[in-house]
Design a protein around this ligand. Structure first.
Ligand SMILES: O=c1ccn([C@@H]2O[C@H](COP(=O)(O)OP(=O)(O)O[C@H]3O[C@H](CO)[C@H](O)[C@H](O)[C@H]3O)[C@@H](O)[C@H]2O)c(=O)[nH]1
Ligand SMILES: [Mg+2]
Length: 507
């Protein structure tokens, strides 16, 4: 069979592609490259750049490559982000799936495997979660996964399409360092971040009703998870008209504290964690019953926690080497001449990636380059804007020390370009709330440009809160790197203009 793997350039997708080709299946990757990276697609596997919201492009890919099965992994997957951008999640995860299924059922595809999540269960009050445990998702993300399962099952029942919904538990690890997860929003990468920064890992609450008081999860190696897709593909092919829903976990609980201890031990650290407040919405315990997977898919996990940790650690060493190794900094020109680096969605995106994700009717244009930047490459200002956006979403609001910390880590990682003032403030080693002011006192100079250029995410984020909140946040974000009040006011005015443009409010 020939399988279309949507999201095949992503972290999990890249592993699924390799497992499927390893099992002798032909594969084609379909990915909008919003978070996927073309480098992850193996040689010899075609890559079609497109969104699943683009029914025409999907239909053509199904036809051109004579697709007989689909594994659908393309989706948004950040729980916190889904709380602030629910409509975006419904569009990408539900509408994107509906359009895809429309094309799939018209094209005569026989099998469909959906990437679902334990997030459909919400806060399950059971020792082991079976597929019969009631679904009560707690986030728009989990809702979109559950709604996706409904779409898939209904389409299967109506048309005879064989379907499998795989409910992933907590995925970790990598087959090879270059395939590792590049995100940092889950427990293992977050422990790594803290250790690498010389900080104690954080435990989000130790007063849960669990043996050591910390949350318990079922961690599954991405290589095992990928094999579960092969097993599902085979199970569907052997019995047409099947509708399967299966947990993909190990059936073994690991607490946050146990995880931190193990990471410390395996990576040569000795940093006891700090206990912080609970993260809202975290269930105490989510551990799979893996019985149905064994019975229906003849699959079970083989790899353990140590493999997950050590393989993820090797991946991190490879993708973020500069941040913690380099102490001496090359000159500005040298930095601008440096070649590729792993990065943001459109950095070095191949032709077509931008317009595929953001189709503008009537405009055939792609981004242009200049000033040492390639077309579609994220400049230093854009990189800082992304840091602001990530901090707002991950912290659930304005956390100035966190933003400054992200800026400083970015500056220390030798970015391709950085403003002189921004660099001085971020690399000087002064505390976050003093650094910009101290620099201004001695230099008496602080251009407004840098703080202005990263305005978009905070302006969009605070727009619903009104003018005062928006301008106040703008000033404080500006003040992280710029000591001059003129810079703060300029940034505040730009925020307000964006807010007015977005909401139609009276300026
Ligand atoms: O620095 C950290 C990071 C995480 N945690 C804790 O570690 C546990 C695991 O957190 P993750 O964010 O790694 O994973 P979640 O279980 O919250 O969420 C994962 O499982 C969900 C399903 O339940 C969804 O699929 C989601 O996409 C996926 O990230 C949680 O108790 C969390 O509070 C900490 O204590 N400290
Ligand atoms: Mg610049």
């Amino acid at each position: 069979m020939t399988w279309l793997i949507t999201g095949g350039a992503g972290y999990i997708g890249a592993h699924v592609v390799r497992a499927m080709t390893g099992a002798g299946e032909r594969t084609v990757v379909y990915d909008d490259l919003s978070t996927g990276v073309p480098d992850r697609v193996p040689d010899g596997v075609p890559l079609v750049v497109g969104s699943t919201l683009d029914g025409e492009r999907v239909a053509r890919a199904l036809r051109d490559h004579e697709i007989t099965g689909v594994v659908h992994l393309a989706a948004k997957k950040q729980v916190a982000e889904s709380l602030s951008l629910p409509l975006h999640y419904y569009r990408e995860n539900v509408e994107g799936l509906r359009v895809l299924l429309d094309a799939v059922t018209s094209a005569g595809v026989r099998s469909f495997v959906l990437s679902s999540s334990a997030a459909v269960y919400g806060m399950p009050d059971v020792n082991l979660v079976t597929e019969e445990t009631p679904c009560a998702p707690l986030s728009p993300y989990g809702e979109t996964k559950l709604a996706g399962e409904w779409l898939v099952r209904a389409a299967g029942t109506a048309t005879g399409l064989s379907t499998a919904c795989l409910r992933y538990f907590n995925v970790a690890g990598a087959a090879r360092p270059d395939l590792a997860d590049r995100g940092v929003s889950n427990l293992i990468p977050m422990i790594f971040e803290r250790l690498a920064d010389g900080l104690p890992p954080r435990v989000f609450g130790d007063d849960y009703p669990t043996p050591d008081g910390t949350c318990v999860r079922d961690y599954i190696h991405v290589v095992d998870l990928a094999e579960a897709h092969v097993a599902a593909a085979h199970a569907l092919a052997s019995v047409p008209g099947r509708n399967l829903t299966v947990n993909i976990g190990r059936g073994e609980g690991v607490s946050v504290r146990e995880m931190i201890d193990r990471v410390n031990a395996l990576t040569g650290h000795d940093r006891p964690p700090v206990i912080t407040a609970r993260r809202p919405g975290d269930p105490a315990r989510v551990v799979a019953s893996a019985d149905r997977a064994a019975a229906e898919l003849n699959w079970k996990a083989h790899l353990g926690l140590d493999d997950m940790i050590t393989s993820a650690w090797s991946g991190r060493q490879r993708t973020l080497p500069d941040a913690h190794r380099r102490r001496t900094r090359p000159g500005h020109g040298d930095r601008l001449r440096r070649g590729r680096r792993p990065g943001r969605p459109f950095e070095f995106g191949p032709e077509g990636a931008f317009s595929a994700r953001f189709p503008v009717p009537g405009a055939g244009g792609e981004m242009c380059g200049g000033g040492g930047w390639d077309p579609g490459e994220a400049t230093d200002d854009t990189q800082m804007a992304v840091l602001v956006a990530e901090s707002l979403l991950e912290c659930g609001g304005l956390d100035l020390p966190d933003v400054f910390h992200r800026f400083r880590r970015w500056a220390a990682a030798d970015p391709k370009d950085i403003g002189l003032q921004t660099e001085a403030v971020l690399t000087g080693g002064d505390p976050w709330d003093l650094a910009a002011g101290l620099y201004f006192q001695t230099s008496q100079r602080a251009a407004g440009n840098g703080a202005l250029m990263r305005a978009a995410p905070s302006a969009v984020y605070f727009a619903p809160s009104g003018r005062a909140a928006t301008m106040d946040a703008a000033r404080r974000l500006s003040a992280l790197t710029h000591g001059d009040r003129a810079a703060w006011e300029g940034t505040a005015i730009l925020h307000e203009l964006i807010r007015v443009a977005l909401t139609g409010a009276d300026p």
